[in-house]
Write a protein that binds this ligand. Structure first.
Ligand SMILES: NC(=O)c1ccc[n+]([C@@H]2O[C@H](COP(=O)([O-])OP(=O)(O)OC[C@H]3O[C@@H](n4cnc5c(N)ncnc54)[C@H](OP(=O)(O)O)[C@@H]3O)[C@@H](O)[C@H]2O)c1
Length: 263
């Protein structure tokens, strides 16, 4: 008879080292960092991006480090594209199952910052399509292949907490990601699938370096921890949310911003 006071929580099946992990937007930046983090645990990684060359470069890095990975070109806004992506990821998995999805692809640094009255309507639609429709479509396409006990991790942003002037489309899209995360958590819970969001603060990636002058110092004084955020800080959160210690955590948003804001 198991002792509920002392037994470890159920591990995910399969556990780290034997999982198939699908990461969107992994041609660089945080997506590439996630890919390296999971590959270092021995997982098979599917690197998806519109930028196939960048995805292939990520795979080359993973393979050079001894990992097993596959680069796929995919556009998260297109149902046909993500349907093919899901089938290819399943075929790459040793058991046909996808164990972890990281919905990371987004339009981010290239967005024009404008007062809300002046935001280009087409740009609003593009941001919503990639940042909010994308995670829904990818999770929907992968649903038939998701392992019992899988983990879905959606990239939101700490800007949702602060608001961020002249960025209404980006902030609204990332707020939508938190809401979507909660709905998917409810709907996938009966398969023991957890769905959580990570809300990073400003983190130094190639994209964000170009966004702000003096990026390395940006907001550091407002944090509890007085240093800039590195991709490794965010990767640790994803490994946790995909790992055995978070089996009973779902529908949540983990803010990873060095204590600049509190939920
Ligand atoms: N870095 C930060 O400070 C920060 C803070 C909070 C949240 N985040 C979030 O973290 C995630 C990664 O950020 P990052 O800094 O690593 O940005 P990034 O380097 O721009 O990564 C986003 C990736 O998504 C790809 N992508 C864009 N549209 C796509 C589509 N339709 N289908 C598939 N892939 C697509 C991009 O390709 P192209 O470059 O070819 O467009 C790019 O490779 C994003 O969700 C972002 O919103 C970042």
């Amino acid at each position: 008879m198991p002792d509920p006071r002392t037994d470890q929580p159920a591990t995910r099946v399969p556990s780290a080292g034997a999982r198939t992990v699908l990461i969107t937007g992994a041609a660089g930046g945080l997506g590439r960092a996630f890919a390296l983090g999971f590959a270092a645990q021995g997982d098979r990684v599917v690197v998806a991006d519109t930028n196939l060359e960048g995805a292939q470069q990520t795979v080359a890095l993973l393979e050079a480090a001894g990992g097993t990975a596959l680069a796929l070109q995919a556009n998260v806004t297109q149902l046909g594209s993500v349907t093919q992506l899901a089938a290819d990821a399943s075929a790459f998995a040793s058991d046909g199952k996808i164990d972890v999805i990281i919905n990371n692809a987004a339009i981010y640094a290239t967005i024009t910052r404008s007062p809300f009255e002046e935001i280009d309507v087409d740009e609003w639609d593009r941001v919503m399509a990639v940042n909010l429709k994308g995670p829904w479509l990818v999770t929907r396409a992968c649903s038939p292949y998701l392992a019992d006990g899988a983990a879905v991790i959606n990239l939101s942003s700490a800007t949702v907490l602060s608001g961020s002037a002249q960025w209404a489309h980006y902030v609204a899209s990332k707020g939508g990601v938190i809401a979507l995360t909660r709905v998917l958590a409810k709907e996938l819970g009966d398969r023991n699938i957890t769905v959580n969001a990570i809300a990073p603060g400003f983190t130094l990636t190639e994209a964000s370096y170009g966004l702000i002058e003096g990026a390395a110092e940006y907001g550091v004084d407002r944090g509890s921890i007085k240093r800039a955020s590195e991709p490794a800080d965010i990767v640790g959160a994803a490994l946790f949310l995909a790992g055995p210690g978070s089996r009973y955590i779902t529908g949540q948003t983990l803010v990873v911003d060095g204590g600049r804001q509190f939920l």
